[in-house]
Structure formats: structure tokens, C-alpha cells
Write a new protein. Structure first.
Length: 140
């Protein structure tokens, strides 16, 4: 149970980080908040998927543990009816936005990208918290 508490604390730090612009620039803070959000959401989805696989599909659990990409995680969660079609679509958009940023970071205009990432952070706040709650419910 302390794991969920730690995850929630990390999420609140990301959320607070987004709103406190004490140093550098507001845009840089938004970029950092988005990166924390990406890390947290990916980790939570990974834990949810592995939790389900470990409980119901031990053979798949052993195969996927340690090399489970975000794409496969999202697909598996949908196929196992852990997430709804709406959640699937949001997570697919998240994956696209995350990949677009990570895979093209060197080619991007920093100022434009920072503004966009602030908007992306806002877009995925609700789904991130929802997935944290889902992991918490599965842990009970």
C-alpha cells in the first residue's frame, strides 16, 4: 500500500511543480511537469498491466516482465477490458504526444514545444489521476 502512497505523492509533486514558477521560466516548468507526468503514467500503466497478468496470466507475465512497451501495455489493458474505449483513445493520444516529443526533441523549437507541453500536461491530468486510482483499487 505504501507504493500507492508514493505514486500519489509523486503525482502531487508533478502537479505542484506545474503551478510553481519560481525559477527559470513558466514554460520550462511546464516541460518538467509533462516529463514527470509521462514517467508516472507509464509506470502506473506498467504496474496495472503486470498486476493483472501476474494474477490471471502467469505465462504472459513471465514473458512480458522487463520488456513491456507502452504500446503493448495500452493494447493489453484494452483487450483485457481493464480500460474502456474512451480511456484507450486518450492513452493512445498520450502515447502519440509522448513519442512525438521524445523522438523529435532535438529538432524542435524549444519555446513552441514548451508551450505545447504545458497544454499536453493539462490534457492528461485527469487520465493520469484516474489510472493511479485504478492501480490503487487493483492493489486492494
Amino acid at each position: 500500500m505504501s507504493k500507492i502512497k508514493d505514486i500519489k505523492q509523486l503525482y502531487l509533486k508533478a502537479k505542484n511543480h506545474f503551478f510553481h514558477f519560481n525559477f527559470i521560466t513558466q514554460e520550462t516548468e511546464k516541460t518538467e511537469a509533462f516529463l514527470l507526468q509521462c514517467t508516472l503514467l507509464e509506470g502506473v500503466l506498467y504496474d496495472i498491466a503486470l498486476n493483472i497478468l501476474h494474477t490471471k496470466y502467469k505465462t504472459l507475465f513471465n514473458k512480458k516482465k522487463g520488456r513491456y512497451s507502452l504500446d503493448y501495455i495500452i493494447n493489453d489493458l484494452f483487450l483485457l477490458n481493464i480500460i474502456s474505449k474512451k480511456e484507450f483513445d486518450i492513452l493512445e493520444n498520450f502515447k502519440h504526444d509522448r513519442n512525438k516529443y521524445f523522438h523529435n526533441i532535438i529538432k524542435q523549437n524549444i519555446k513552441t514545444t514548451e508551450k505545447e507541453l504545458g497544454e499536453k500536461y493539462e490534457n492528461y491530468k485527469e487520465i493520469t489521476w484516474h489510472m493511479v486510482e485504478k492501480l490503487e483499487n487493483l492493489s486492494k
